[in-house]
Design a protein around this ligand. Structure first.
Ligand code: Z57
Length: 807
């Protein structure tokens, strides 16, 4: 592995001995402890701090390089970063993994145990937040000058517990034991005025390490604080509570991440969070610009700013405000700078997920920005009116304002109008954006619309998560796949090699055993690692159709009870439901109910197991993805923008059972139709259902198996006799079925039968598994970032040279 580093780079010559000594020093000088009192967490912190010491040269050199070279910089604005734990990833990217293992060994410690001590920064909900984290790492690895900006939530995504009652939430205090990876920068703080309050945003920086390069970029997260700790007027008047109230209200801004993955519900605090981090970030960019002696009108030459969904779309109005009011540019110049700086990524086709804000709320919180939005809209509609004379309906659809009794600002429209490019995240998604959701804009400005298919970082999702696979790949195709994932193609020469296939199966089996051990220790359930691991882990949402998979499990249970001989399966679910999303929580209860009955039925022993893994997270993903045989990617076609778990599983050798949705289509193209279990209606057919009027009943009537499944659930079999519990779910499926579960379940069954048949032939399955890893080189986030950099940002790599420093 070490050989894949540019030898001249060797970021830090650190021997295991030096690392061990550094850990001992930190135990004394940072933790103020003697070895006899040190806890495991102390040891984790010592290792983290020793690693941090070793990345600081690169981090400081990177900042110095960017400052001296006056380089064009990519800026990523995202309300979420689902980073996952840093330690293992930083060790791998520094090339220090083995040294750390040795150093721990010398100290009588277990590196893996220390790695597990790190609470993960869960500053995101799901795919969108994790994509932002993969992108940061890829930008650093590609040596791109880049900054990520976001919010330092004190509480990230809630912790999920699973009981017989379903999901229970508790707060995630990821900062409770301190965070060795961040550096506070109190000197870089900015005021943001919201309504008649001003809050201060303080910068906290986290290093983002490139793999095998010196480049170490910065993720800058803003924490809210009050301008004054105490309101002295109140304090002196004896009203102590009131004296601290404003401080508390201000700090509430960055308290907690909103736990909704898709739908937005227009909360005041959420809009405040958005303007808060966007304004701090833009002010920070102007500070950097000034530091380089550049005037405000050159902003767009220095910065290419990517909006991750509409959450930071207020940047269009805020950048205009800063250019007009603070930097005194005229409207046309300011508008030219704004639209040349910003670009926008859309992540959803679900209409209910498109953000809008009530005018009243906007007026209260951001009156000046609203005024600017009105002016942008007036000028935009003036232009559009000339282009579309006598088409008021079209103008009403294009408008930044939704008219009606409750007027609203449409953030997606604002983003498209204020950005030079808008992209979707998979081919189908971008196509549907152009054809449906943003069709009026695509007609007006066809050249603004483009696609950048998502990707995932092979460092975290292969090298860190699956070291056994990484070793095998190194032996067989060399180590270069870490920086250029298309090298996986070279596996093609080995698909006929029995010894290789044997090793492949060994790697997969070891990953499954590792998961079996974890589930045994944490949940007390003993699984059979030789059974087929059928896995669906992702946020719980009706459009992702966990209920389709659950109904199929019930069907298998019935078939097994009827004496049918099916190959042994372990069905694993995981994922969080938004706390206010009742139907998603009911789906969790259904899965838990099914698991309870199936797992205690002696007739199912050795044949079927069902597990809901609680609190799915980045860390658990690293454990689960490598152990997946069958990857469930079964969303209603046209609903999943891309999906990225689908890529992580296929890269680690899973076969996909999936619909023609999101990036599934491109995965199937890359790995070959023979190595993919396809089922279900196409996006076009689903669209026709909606146009013609869809009803699930005809589908149910011609499917006796699904009727039996629904009856069994309705009888209370999985709810201790309670016939009402699952009624809302069953009633929804049999009367409306908005996500077309009933239209697809027959075809799903057929595809699952085909899965069973393929699984019966282990060497065939192994070849199909290799074909999946081999074909997925395209899905590296390095490739996605290269496309953004070349086609949208026009940002080029700037390698970081070492400076000599007497430290
Ligand atoms: C989110 O995780 C995604 C889209 C959203 O609009 C919001 Br809000 C949160 C996801 C999509 O559902 C996935 O299909 C996609 O892969 C991911 O974003 C990254 O693009």
């Amino acid at each position: 592995m070490a050989e894949s580093f540019r030898s001249s780079t060797s970021p830090c010559q650190t021997s295991s001995r030096a690392l061990a000594e550094a850990m001992q020093r930190h135990l004394f000088f940072s933790q103020a402890k003697s070895p006899s009192l040190a806890t495991r967490h102390d040891h984790y912190r010592c290792l983290a701090l020793a690693v941090r010491d070793r990345l600081l040269h690169n981090w400081v050199d990177t900042a110095e390089t960017y400052t001296q070279a006056q380089v064009r910089t990519a800026v990523y604005l995202s309300a979420e970063y689902l980073l996952g734990p840093h330690l293992d990833n930083n060790l791998v990217n520094l090339g220090l993994r083995q040294e750390a293992e040795q150093a721990c060994h010398e100290l009588g410690l277990d590196l893996e145990e220390l790695i597990r001590e790190e609470p993960e920064p869960g500053l995101g909900n799901g795919g969108l937040g994790r994509l932002a984290a993969c992108f940061q790492e890829s930008m650093a690895t590609l040596e791109l000058p880049a900054i990520g900006y976001g919010i330092r939530y004190e509480f990230g995504i809630f912790r999920q517990q699973i009981t017989t009652q379903g999901q229970q939430e508790s707060t995630d205090s990821w900062l409770a034991q301190g965070n060795p990876w961040e550096v506070i920068r109190p000197e870089w703080s900015y005021p943001v005025t919201i309504g008649n309050h001003t809050v201060i945003g303080v910068a906290y920086d986290t290093p983002i390490l490139g793999y095998g390069v010196r480049t170490t970029n910065t993720l800058r997260l803003w924490a809210a604080s009050a301008p004054e700790a105490l309101d002295f007027a109140s304090f002196n008047a004896g009203d102590y509570t009131k004296a601290v109230l404003h401080k508390m209200q201000s700090e509430t801004l960055s308290k907690v991440l909103y736990p909704n993955d898709e739908p937005e519900q227009g909360k005041r605090l959420r809009l405040s969070q958005q303007i808060f981090f966007v304004s701090c970030s833009l002010q920070d960019m102007f500070r950097i610009l000034r530091g380089q002696g550049l005037p405000a009108r050159e902003f767009h030459r220095k910065f290419a700013v990517q909006l991750n969904d509409t959450h930071p779309a207020i940047a269009v109005a805020e950048l205009m405000r800063l250019l007009l009011d603070e930097h005194r540019l005229d409207w046309d110049t300011a508008w030219g700078v704004t639209t040349a700086s910003l670009s926008y990524t859309n992540h959803t086709l679900l209409p209910e997920a498109l953000e809008t804000w009530g005018i009243d709320l906007f007026q209260q919180l951001l009156p000046r920005q609203l005024e600017i939005i009105y002016e942008i809209n007036a000028r935009f509609l003036r232009m559009a009116r000339i282009r579309y004379p006598g088409q008021p309906d079209k103008l009403a659809r294009l408008s930044l304002i939704e008219e009606g009794p409750h007027r609203k600002v449409r953030m997606a429209n604002l983003a498209v109008v204020g950005c030079h490019h808008t992209n979707g995240v998979a081919e189908l998604h971008s196509e549907l954006l152009r054809r449906h959701v943003l069709a009026d804009f695509a007609e007006l400005w066809p050249d603004r619309f483009t696609n950048v298919t998502n990707g995932v970082t092979p460092r975290r999702w292969m090298a860190v998560a699956n070291p056994a696979l990484a070793n095998l790949l190194d032996d067989v195709i060399g180590s270069h796949w870490r920086r250029d994932l298309t090298h996986l193609q070279a596996l093609g020469k080995h698909t006929g090699d029995d010894a290789f296939l044997q090793r492949w199966r060994g790697v997969r089996d070891a990953s499954k055993q590792r998961l079996v051990q974890h589930i045994h220790q944490t949940q007390g359930i003993l699984l059979d690692h030789s059974s087929l691991f059928d896995v669906q882990v992702k946020r719980i949402h009706e459009y992702k159709r966990q209920h389709l998979a659950a109904l199929h499990v019930v069907e298998r249970y019935l078939r097994l009870r009827n004496g049918e001989d099916l190959p042994p399966r372990t069905v694993i679910f995981g994922g969080k439901a938004a706390p206010g999303y009742a139907m998603a929580k009911l789906i969790i209860r259904l899965i838990v109910g099914i698991a309870e009955i199936v797992n205690m039925d002696p007739a199912m022993a050795g044949r079927l197991r069902v597990v809901f893994v609680p609190n799915f997270s980045v860390s658990l993903g690293q454990l689960i993805y490598p152990a997946v045989d069958l990857s469930e990617q079964i969303s209603t076609a046209g609903k999943e923008a891309s999906g990225t778990g689908n890529m992580k599983m296929a890269l680690n050798g899973a076969l996909t059972i999936g619909t023609l949705d999101g990036a599934n289509i491109e995965i199937r193209d890359q790995v070959g139709a023979d190595n993919f279990f396809l089922f279900g209606h196409t996006a076009e057919q689903i669209h026709e259902f909606d146009r013609m009027g869809y009803h699930p009943m005809p589908w149910i009537e011609k499917d006796p198996i699904v009727r039996e499944v629904i009856e069994l659930i309705g009888s209370g079999h999985f709810s201790e006799g309670d016939r009402d519990l699952f009624h809302p779910l069953l009633a929804n499926l049999t009367s409306h079925d908005p996500f077309k579960v009933m239209a697809d379940i027959g075809d799903y069954r057929q595809a699952q039968n085909h899965v069973d048949a393929c699984w019966q032939d282990p060497s065939r399955w192994a070849r199909m598994s290799v074909a999946n890893t081999m074909g997925c080189g395209f899905f590296s986030s390095d490739r996605s970032i290269q496309e953004y950099a070349e086609r949208i940002w026009k940002v080029a790599p700037v390698p970081v040279e070492a400076t000599t420093r007497s430290l």
